[in-house]
Design a protein around this ligand. Structure first.
Ligand SMILES: [Zn+2]
Length: 165
C-alpha cells in the first residue's frame, strides 16, 4: 500500500487515497478488536475451568469432612459402664473432649466450604470480600474457601494483633 507506483496512479484523487487509508485503519482496528474479544473469550473459558477445578476440590473436602464427622460420632458411642477403673473413664472423657474439639473445628471448616460453594453458585467466588479485587490463584489453591485476598487478610491480622485479639 506504500508502493509509490500505486499511490501515484494518475486520476486517483488525494481524498480517495485518504479514504482508502482510513478504511485500512478501520479494518486493522476491527481485526485487533476481534483478537481482543477472542482473548477475553479464552480467559472466560479458563476462569470457568478454574471454577470447576475449585468446585471439585471443595466438594471433595466437604465429603471428606462429613465422612470424618460420621466416624467421630460413631467413635464417641462407647459404653462407659464397661470401664470400672475411673482412670480409664477419665482417659475416655479427655479423648471425647478432644474429638468434640476436632468436630467443632471440622464443623467450622464445613461451613466455610459450604459458603465457598455458594459463592461459586452466585458468581462471587474468588473475589475478595473487602476490596472486591480478584484473589490470587495460588492463594485459592492453598485455601479455596478463603474470602479475602492476601493484602486484606494481612491487614486484618495485623489489626487484630495490634488489638491483642
Ligand atoms: Zn482484598
Amino acid at each position: 500500500m506504500f508502493d509509490p507506483g500505486v499511490w501515484s496512479i494518475p486520476g486517483v484523487s488525494f481524498w480517495l487515497k485518504v479514504i482508502v487509508f482510513l478504511a485500512i485503519c478501520i479494518v486493522t482496528i476491527c481485526l485487533l478488536n476481534f483478537k481482543l474479544i477472542n482473548l477475553n473469550f479464552k480467559e472466560l473459558i479458563m476462569i470457568q475451568k478454574d471454577i470447576e477445578h475449585f468446585k471439585k476440590i471443595l466438594t471433595n473436602q466437604l465429603k471428606e469432612l462429613l465422612i470424618h464427622a460420621g466416624n467421630t460420632v460413631s467413635g464417641m458411642i462407647t459404653p462407659k459402664e464397661n470401664l470400672p477403673d475411673p482412670a480409664d473413664r477419665a482417659t475416655i472423657d479427655t479423648d471425647q473432649n478432644f474429638k468434640l474439639l476436632i468436630r467443632d473445628r471440622d464443623r467450622q471448616l464445613a461451613v466455610k466450604i459450604s459458603k465457598a460453594l455458594l459463592r461459586i453458585e452466585n458468581g462471587t467466588f474468588g473475589i475478595c470480600d473487602k476490596c472486591e479485587e480478584e484473589i490470587a490463584f495460588k492463594r485459592l489453591e492453598a485455601r479455596p474457601f478463603t474470602t479475602q485476598c492476601i493484602d486484606c487478610k494481612t491487614k486484618e491480622e495485623t489489626y487484630e494483633n495490634s488489638l491483642g485479639v
